[in-house]
Design a protein around this ligand. Sequence first.
Ligand SMILES: NC(=O)c1ccc[n+]([C@@H]2O[C@H](COP(=O)([O-])OP(=O)(O)OC[C@H]3O[C@@H](n4cnc5c(N)ncnc54)[C@H](O)[C@@H]3O)[C@@H](O)[C@H]2O)c1
Ligand SMILES: [Fe+2]
Length: 396
Amino acid sequence: MDTFKFFRAPHVIIYGRNAFKEIGKQASQIGKKALIVSDAIIHQLGFVHACQEMLSENDVESVVFLGVKSEPTDKFVGESLELFRVENCDLVISLGGGSCIDTAKAVAVLATNNGYIGDYMNGAMAADVAPVPHIAIPTTAGTGSEATDVTVITNTSNDVKMMIKQPAFMPSVAIVDPILTVPSPQHVTAATGVDALSHAIEAYISRKSHPMTDVLALSAMKLIVNNLVTAYEDGENIDAREAMSLGALQAGIAFSNASVSLVHGMSRPIGALFHVPHGFSNAMLLPAVLEFSKESCIERLADLGRIFEPEKSLSNGAAAEVAVTAVKQLCKVLNIPNLKEWGIDKQKFDRFISKMAADAIASGSPGNNPRVPAKEEIEELYQVCFDFDFGYVSAK
Ligand SMILES: NC(=O)c1ccc[n+]([C@@H]2O[C@H](COP(=O)([O-])OP(=O)(O)OC[C@H]3O[C@@H](n4cnc5c(N)ncnc54)[C@H](O)[C@@H]3O)[C@@H](O)[C@H]2O)c1
Ligand SMILES: [Fe+2]
């Protein structure tokens, strides 16, 4: 029986403080005119201007698309692709959070392959032609999208957050500079940090995990568990920011090659229908889904529990229990709201539960969970998570 595995990552990964300064040199080696895909906040921070200056110093022209908003849609993809074509660009640079990077991935692929972005979901159409080169520069820590072959785009005609995975979506170059994440406000640090933790945990417990992904997932879990609260409480702490950027990058590569599972499967429909930021919708589900899955992945969760409690000598069962309660406690420290506290109307939620469970299953992610749920079990989990008690304190 063949047991070989695939492992994909960008051709080049440049990471660490001031890695951003490499953008001009990298871009000049692969293009002459770049479309920079970013958003208004990143522009205000001065990062887009700095990027353009460094490109210009290396004789690379650039135009800017600032129309991305969180949880990107097929509309942003269409608009930025149009600009890419009208301006005769030959390179895409994404500068921002996962929303900017995912939009740019779609542009890079559609610039050389035909059709609508949704055509590429579940491999219905294959992106056979090499995409335009894409340099991804994350400003959150984060989705890890800079090093994954996944893009997540909302289909505005049916409110489905499409998870589209094909090798062509992998950026050519990832530049991961923790200094760019320093201005992230607390709620962004919390949401994106828990997203990264979810990637690491889900990659580690996934049925598709393998030795190459395990090392990265384990390392990412350690970096994130040991640094997320510091980055959240003291955003200027560059050591914590650097550890988070590296952890998010490793978690991204791990899940891109091992797949995410039930949390992400259930999280996307919440994002699409109720516009909850991706990291928060994961966090709202994570402890309850780990509890649901625990018996089927005791040893793996025990490894996570021992990262939280390295001093204690624990049995696998006790350490797995620590993992679940410590993740719940972490969500509490990060002041994660549950779905009710986020302000979702219960009647509307109930009306959509069946669709959300069906969309979750259709994405394929729940099938990678150590315990594969039936549709009814997913519906039940949505109910449990609706008013799950993290101990959230409202700012009002
Ligand atoms: N492709 C993948 O592999 C993958 C993986 C996980 C999540 N995602 C997707 O990524 C998207 C979420 O990305 P995200 O969590 O990075 O958030 P985001 O890109 O939506 O950004 C959230 C907010 O933070 C702001 N922001 C970003 N960086 C900042 C900084 N340094 N300082 C101040 N503000 C900053 C943004 O302007 C935005 O308002 C979702 O659509 C999710 O589905 C994709
Ligand atoms: Fe994610």
